[in-house]
Write a protein that binds this ligand. Sequence first.
Ligand SMILES: [Zn+2]
Length: 168
Amino acid sequence: MKSSPNPAKVALKWLKKAHYPDRHFPLVSKMSLEEFLKSPPPGFEYSSSGHFMGQRGDTKIYLGPSFFRTPKGSRRLGLLYHELGHDLTLKLRFNDWWLDVMTPFRQGHSLNFENNYGASNHPSEVIADAYSALVVHNGEHWFEDEKNKRLIKRIKQGARILGLPLKP
Ligand SMILES: [Zn+2]
């Protein structure tokens, strides 16, 4: 049995490097592509490739054309917090932090995981979707079953360790 992750053992270097552009999320959620290109807020960059929605880089969030075709407001906020939520698996080791809470979501012997918060079945996407739902839509109260409650609890722990916001 794997015990709960020990926060002290989590890569501390990330604590010092933590840099989140979430203070600009309300602005970015309302910008047209033209406005964004004229003066991109710090921590964001435009990527023109294909149907690219968004991607988390080391220090930036990359936004693609389809992000700016998404209606302004809460849907875009959800996408931005989703990208930020990728830090939970980029900065906290999957086997140490997520394996035990994610195992009940695993679909058979595949590497697909049940996603109650979004569409993609990759575990890092499930966690990013759940984080976004928690922050933007108070997803804490969506599901009352044990596995979802444990996942949300672990996400809150991870977010606190990394200094990720838990409110919009
Ligand atoms: Zn994603």
